[in-house]
Design a protein around this ligand. Sequence first.
Ligand code: MG
Length: 224
Amino acid sequence: MVYLHSNILTDVTDILLDIDGVLLDLSFDKKFWEELVPQEVSSIKNIPIDEAMRDVLGASKALYGTLPWYELSYWEQKYGVNLIDVARENSMYAKFLPGAEATLKKISASNKRIIFLTNCDSRLLKVKANQVPFMQYADEWLSAVDIGIVKEEQDFWKSAFNKFNIIPENSIFVDDNIAVVNSALKAGIKKSINVTMPSGDLSVQNQSEAKLSFKNIEELFRAI
Ligand SMILES: [Mg+2]
């Protein structure tokens, strides 16, 4: 961990936050993509679950970090499945990360603008938002899938900065994906922070190579 000024929000006007793995527990996405989607594919295609798992995992690895990987419709068309129904039926697994809601309340009281920037498909995001009350903390939000450019690409940042009049020098950005943190850094957000504990049950943990990394937003914003 690198020591930041005790008030990390000095000179910051905008707090930019990823959603999954930063606010919401990544265990939902892990379950959705690694268990529920292969189960659905197995049942619709009438193939063994092992085969469906191998197929989804293989396709997923090939597309990791690109737009289709995040697009629900890509997977729905590829396998002829309805993934929104699957997400709705299992939405009870979506939840806040430990300490995330209290931290959101705290930063909401700081009079900074809060903007959620996510690669999550907005269709899936709506299912999560119906289950977990997190959208009420956002002044603005943007899904990369809606504009067709993911956070890994520099054009995403150009779009987001223009859309919301964001000044990168006056912003802080938090994400659990190191490739996205590096992309935000390159776009000019010096306070781009990687969180290393995106799931409450520790089923996912990152070994961060970022200059600025914290376990979670609770630890990051503890001093404010
Ligand atoms: Mg994330």
